[in-house]
Design a protein around this ligand. Sequence first.
Ligand code: NAP
Length: 246
Amino acid sequence: MSEIRIVFAGSEGRMGRALLPGLHAAEGVAVVGEADVGDDLAQMIADTRAEVVVDFTTPAAAMPNARTVLAAGAHGVIGTTGFSAADLDALEAEAEAAGCGLLIAPNFSLGMILLQRFSEEAARHFPRVEIIETHHEGKLDAPSGTALRTAERLAAAGAESGPASNDIARGEDVSGVRVHSRRLPGIQAQQDVLFASESETLTLSHHALSRSCYLAGVLAAVRGIRGRRGLLRGLEPILFGDDETR
Ligand code: NAP
């Protein structure tokens, strides 16, 4: 089978520098273009005949990039966070219309994807829950896209709102789940989901020790997106063969 030709957008960023060596070394994948600020992504896709564009850029760049990818008839694997619900709904319609696949996942690490599944199960027994996420100081969005997605899934699984409070120190209310964001040096990405009842607590905790933890998930997405049409919200449909997160 021929190699999957990919362009990487955001090549000079932290994620780009961390992922590109592994993508260059991966079997069945050829990195045919690397784009960063100032490059013409549409021209690069056309010149390289790329089938898939992997995007780890900025919240401001990712939406126009996704439209460029669809206009070029390519598929997209997007790790950039910061999309609004309205953005996702718009891209779902545009990907359907273009006949291309877009996979947008706020987190490509297997550990985090499992934490989210385990969290849904726990929420059925411990509906009172809060999320604490910690990231490096260079992260542009807060709460993290992963925390937003986790909160939405917890809410759908039956998480209950705590006592009403407008105090900013109580965190952001995301679908009824409190999310606390911390930004500190020396930490890459960490998320704790803290469940409690009157008599016990349960904490599910994930630490990303290095950015290479995202590589396997990105490769699975690149390999799985061809032949898809429309928007996949998360890696789960490809990893587990289900569509539960759509
Ligand atoms: P970063 O270091 O700021 O890198 C982003 C790169 O994209 C920078 O080099 C930036 O250039 C470049 N860029 C900006 N606009 C562009 C455009 N139009 N076309 C091409 N490149 C452009 O950020 P990062 O730490 O690598 O993170 C990137 C994104 O991935 C963030 O949204 C982050 O939250 C997300 N992320 C996702 C996962 C996941 O698993 N899904 C994991 C980690 C991080 P300038 O610096 O010149 O603007």
